[in-house]
Design a binder for this molecule. Sequence first.
Ligand code: ADP
Ligand code: MG
Length: 209
Amino acid sequence: MSDRLTVDQTKAALVAAADAIIASTERLTKADQAIGDGDHGLGMARGMKAAKEALDKKPAATVGDLFKTVGMAIVSTSGGASGAVFGTLFTGAGKVLAADTLDAEGFATALAEGQKAVQARGKAEPGHKTMLDALAPAADAARAHAGAGLPVAARAAAKAAEEGAERTKDMVAQFGRARTLGDRALGHPDPGAISVTIILDAFASTIEG
Ligand code: ADP
Ligand code: MG
């Protein structure tokens, strides 16, 4: 695919991310059963199904409109912490994408703005064993590789997210339900960080064509 996605191509990448989450429901359920209450997989899948329906129905003039549509669908259907957190991520990312194409620069800026919005809303920071531990390194990697074009930047972000999610195994949670577990959450990755990895991997794969 090209270095610059049209609105339709961006929509296809978002649908692929939604499908990847829906296909990973069981994996996410198991991850949340280990250190939370087990609802993360169903909540994310519910949000992403609603997001796909909304993307189908709602016309989009800019790529940002698509991200906002996904964010609003997640907020109103996912529930739990992740409804607010992932809804805020997509809505925040959408706010800075005012063009009718998506390039590496826009992708990097959107991830950074999404991260900022999540931190402002949930008050967690990288290192607290949340989805931010995948999102923050992904945003940094996208920025660092923006000059190499969208496919490279998107793949670098996905890889950084995966490594970040892996590192959450060694973290003690300070936000969300897992914080009550203390050291017992050690050895288990954060479910939300896995979701970020799945979303970015599917997004990158679609862009790579
Ligand atoms: P709940 O915790 O309400 O059961 P989910 O299980 O759907 O919600 O989502 C849990 C995930 O939400 C965690 O794995 C973590 O990544 C993310 N999360 C929770 N609180 C925060 C926060 N304050 N900031 C960022 N992410 C958070
Ligand atoms: Mg949960």
